[in-house]
Design a protein around this ligand. Structure first.
Ligand code: NAD
Length: 496
């Protein structure tokens, strides 16, 4: 086996030794270089066959004028190796810097964020010794689409984008993961009692795809009560799948209640590429002191080896790590007087894991990765197109006036077989028959609907907007209202 030192660059022309996997490695900022060197040392000692291509990302790249924190040449390496092992980076203070993580995830189509979180009681102090969950978070959509606008003096919006392919891919991933890892239950968290179309789609797809996995128990919780239960009694959960924002928040909660954010790994998986990292940041105050816990990044390395088909090495490293934790060899963040036996730094911790390679834990459960089935993740197949009919338009208006006055002026714009049916303010119906008590801002949604049996079209909307503009109405946006096979593709106003 060829062992490449972490800084050695293997060119794409080099013929890789059989079974050796090319990976791109970023050492990152703060504690990043220390925990990456320690993790690679353990993985390689554990039998990982890796040819490493280092790239630079993060603070220095940002400050050199690259607002995404990653140089153009680095994408060539990522596209070539398709596997990214990434240490945390520091995002410089001040505006104008884009999130490197969001850029990499979205550019490489890394749709699934997989975060296993376990308690290691009684060796690592936790209120929840029975915690053992895997959070599968959708990674590309939801409010993270980053489409935000300011529309009036008082109102800003962020679009929540949820797509059927996005839902199908992540939900299938969660069930396939559960099946491959012998997990018994998949729980879905959404807020579909409020967001009936977007979160409603996620829930619907969960039910559809879940039906293909009869041996796995399925359940759905509204995210607020689900989150409360996860924090109070995590033992009742196994695999969890959820849209991006809920998953972002709850995976940190789960990591923290497990004992330390320093322990949790994260895999970002796409159809072609994958990225593996710790969930924590670059902890700049701990940098250069050889004290940081490399466990999160090391366990992300274990996920990477499984992804690369190097399951034996993954199993050996993970079991040696569990034995180290069980033997009470702990870094400062998880060290507890009376429970821990030896307080060590980053390097000594890595050496302690290496010394236990080949051993298994005796009290904590040992892991088995060899022989696990590969995940069956078919490409998304678009459904047949549905019959789409335009039945109206929502016209959003910036105005400071009473709803009745606004309604009168909006009605003046009507010229055709459609009517002004409704005005809402922040989603609540204020016309007709609104209540004085309802608080109103300067942002109004005016809903025009076509008469029964007729169809609206783009020309009608254009002429409506033209007349409204001539009448001095400040239109800030429109949304066409469609039915799909007769089903409304829009929500009702609250109170309608
Ligand atoms: P952080 O995760 O770096 O640190 C939070 C706390 O956890 C600190 O008290 C730190 O000492 C401790 N901690 C974190 N990792 C540890 C480890 N491995 N061992 C021991 N203790 C550890 O979060 P922060 O302080 O909010 O952010 C610092 C920088 O990291 C910021 O620039 C932020 O933007 C960046 N960040 C990067 C990533 C990433 O690259 N994926 C993720 C989160 C934050």
């Amino acid at each position: 086996m060829t062992v490449h030192t972490p800084v050695e660059k293997i060119t794409s022309n080099a013929v890789p030794e059989q079974g050796v996997a090319d990976i791109t490695v970023a050492y990152g900022d703060g504690i990043g270089p220390e925990i990456m060197a320690a993790s690679l040392k353990v993985l390689i000692a554990g039998g990982a066959k890796l040819a490493i291509e280092p790239i630079e990302i993060g603070e220095r790249v940002y400050l050199a004028g690259n607002s995404a924190g990653i140089a153009t040449e680095s994408w060539d390496s990522l596209r070539r190796t398709k596997v990214f092992y990434k240490a945390p980076i520091t995002t410089p203070q001040g505006g104008g810097f884009k999130s490197l993580n969001v850029t990499v995830r979205k550019t490489l189509g890394l749709y699934a964020n997989v975060r296993p979180c376990s308690a290691y009681a009684p060796f690592i102090t936790t209120k929840h010794p029975d915690l053992n969950v895997v959070i599968v978070r959708e990674n590309e959509e939801d409010l993270y689409a980053g489409i935000e606008h300011r529309q009036t003096d008082e109102v800003y919006q962020c679009l929540k984008i949820i797509s059927r392919p996005g839902c199908e891919k992540i939900v299938r991933y969660a069930f396939e993961y559960a099946q491959a890892h012998g997990r018994k239950k998949v729980t879905c968290f959404t807020k579909d009692n409020i967001m009936k179309l977007t979160d409603g789609l996620f829930h619907k797809v969960f039910d559809e795809i879940g039906a293909e996995y009869p041996t796995i128990e399925k359940e759905h919780w509204i995210v607020d009560i689900g989150a409360a239960k996860l924090a109070a009694a995590p033992g009742q959960f196994d695999v969890l799948v959820m849209p991006n924002l809920y998953g972002d928040i709850l995976s940190d909660v789960a990591a923290e209640i497990a004992g330390s954010v320093g322990l949790a790994p994260s895999a970002n998986i796409g159809e072609q590429c994958a990225m593996f990292e710790a969930i924590h940041g670059s902890a700049p105050r701990r940098a250069g002191q050889d004290v940081a816990n490399p466990s999160g990044l090391l366990l992300a390395g274990v996920q990477m080896l499984i992804h690369l088909g190097q399951s034996e090495a993954a199993e050996r490293v993970h079991n040696a790590w569990l034995k180290t934790i069980e033997d009470g060899v702990h870094t400062y963040d998880v060290f507890t007087e009376g429970v821990s036996k030896q307080r060590v730094g980053t390097n000594a911790f890595a050496d302690a894991v290496i010394a236990r390679l080949g051993q298994k834990p005796t009290k904590l459960a040992a892991v088995t990765y060899t022989g696990a089935p590969r995940l069956n993740l078919p490409r998304y197949q678009p459904k047949p197109m549905q019959k789409k009919e335009m039945v109206g338009v929502d016209v959003f208006v910036h105005a400071r006036m009473e709803p009745d006055t606004l309604a009168m002026r909006m009605k003046d714009g009507v010229f055709g077989d459609y009517q002004l049916k409704l005005i809402t303010n922040r989603g609540v119906k204020v016309w007709p028959n609104g209540l004085d008590e309802t608080f109103k801002t300067d942002h109004w949604r005016c809903r025009f609907m076509i008469d029964e049996g007729k169809q609206m079209n783009g020309r009608m909307v254009a002429s409506l907007l033209d007349r409204l503009t001539q009448a001095g109405i400040d239109v800030v946006k429109t949304e066409n209202l469609y039915t799909f096979d007769g089903e409304p593709g829009y929500s009702l106003g609250q109170g309608q």
